[in-house]
Design a protein around this ligand. Structure first.
Ligand code: GDP
Ligand code: MG
Length: 187
């Protein structure tokens, strides 16, 4: 006599791919356009005046390269550079560090964020992608930071670099967020 274990077959429906979640934090000096970029990405609209002290996290279901992803964007509003960074360092899968091409000080402020973020990210497995982003290219006439300076800073920290404008076309703003998601997927 053979006693076999009764074979039970439970039919469970497991989604083949849980939609990836991707947490993106937006950092940078005040008035560099962090909120304008975040709002543009989420609503396709440019909001010219946004509460400068409001920090919030927004969710959006996106499809990037035919794959769904739940994106969460933390639009920070720090006044003094990277302070109390724990709240986003532990949370973020990707970092976007913004300056305004018409404001040299906002560019200088990026260095501190890059140091903080890359130091932290290097210890992670996988590393979280970092994007340096020069905003307000529509203000070309008042440019204080050359594209070469932006690219050189990005190279120094081994991160991606883009220039954009929150008040021009939606697709180039969307492209930056989607690149961040692609980088996270690749890891
Ligand atoms: P945050 O403090 O980094 O969140 O900056 P905001 O998004 O509040 O933007 C600061 C100011 O810059 C506001 O007056 C915006 O209208 C303006 N601004 C933001 N993005 C752009 C842009 O791409 N071009 C121009 N010309 N102004 C922008
Ligand atoms: Mg803001």
């Amino acid at each position: 006599l053979m006693f076999g274990k009764a074979r039970t077959c439970n039919i469970v429906t497991v989604p083949e791919h849980e939609p990836l979640e991707c947490n993106i934090v937006i950092l940078g000096a005040m008035r560099s356009g962090k909120s304008a970029l975040t709002v543009k990405f989420l609503t396709k609209r440019f909001i010219s005046e946004y509460d400068p002290n409001l920090e919030d996290t927004y969710s959006s279901e996106e499809v990037v390269d035919q794959q769904p992803v739940l994106v969460k964007v933390m639009d920070t509003a720090d006044q003094d550079g990277p302070v109390n960074c724990e709240r986003y360092l532990n949370w973020a899968n990707a970092f976007i560090i913004v300056y305004s091409i018409d404001n040299r000080n906002s560019f200088e402020a990026c260095q501190q964020y890059l140091e903080t973020v890359t130091l932290y990210s290097k210890g992670l497995q996988p590393e979280a992608p970092v994007i340096l982003l020069g905003n307000k290219v529509d203000m070309e006439r008042y440019r204080q930071v050359s594209k070469a300076d932006g690219a050189a800073l990005a190279l120094r920290f081994g991160c991606l670099f883009f220039e954009v404008s929150a008040c021009l076309d939606f697709l180039s703003v969307q492209h930056i967020f989607h690149q961040a998601i692609r980088e996270v997927r690749r890891e």
